[in-house]
Write a protein that binds this ligand. Structure first.
Ligand code: SF4
Ligand code: SF4
Length: 70
C-alpha cells in the first residue's frame, strides 16, 4: 500500500491512501483551509494547511483519508 504523506506535526500525520483514492473529488471542497486539491485523479494535501479538523474524513466513500497518530 502506498501512502502519500501530508502534514506532520508532533506525532500526527494526514495521509491519503493512494491505492484507495479514485479521484471522485468529494473531499476537495470540504476543507476549510483549502488543504486538499486534486492531481491526476488523486487527492493531495498541502502540508502546511491541514489542521487535523477531521472534516474531510467522513466524505470519502472508500476510506482513503486518515489521520495517523491518534
Ligand atoms: S483534516 Fe481538516 S484541515 Fe486537514 S485536509 Fe481534512 S478538512 Fe482539511
Ligand atoms: S473523497 Fe476519497 S476517493 Fe474521493 S478524491 Fe477524496 S480521497 Fe479520493
Amino acid at each position: 500500500m502506498v501512502m502519500s504523506s501530508g502534514t506532520i506535526m508532533g506525532t500526527l500525520e494526514f495521509v491519503v491512501d493512494d491505492d484507495r483514492c479514485y479521484g471522485c473529488g468529494a473531499c476537495i471542497g470540504l476543507c476549510p483551509t483549502n488543504a486538499l486539491s486534486m492531481k491526476e485523479l488523486l487527492a493531495i494535501v498541502e502540508q502546511e494547511l491541514c489542521t487535523y479538523c477531521d472534516h474531510c474524513i467522513p466524505s470519502c466513500p472508500v476510506d482513503a483519508l486518515n489521520i495517523l497518530g491518534r
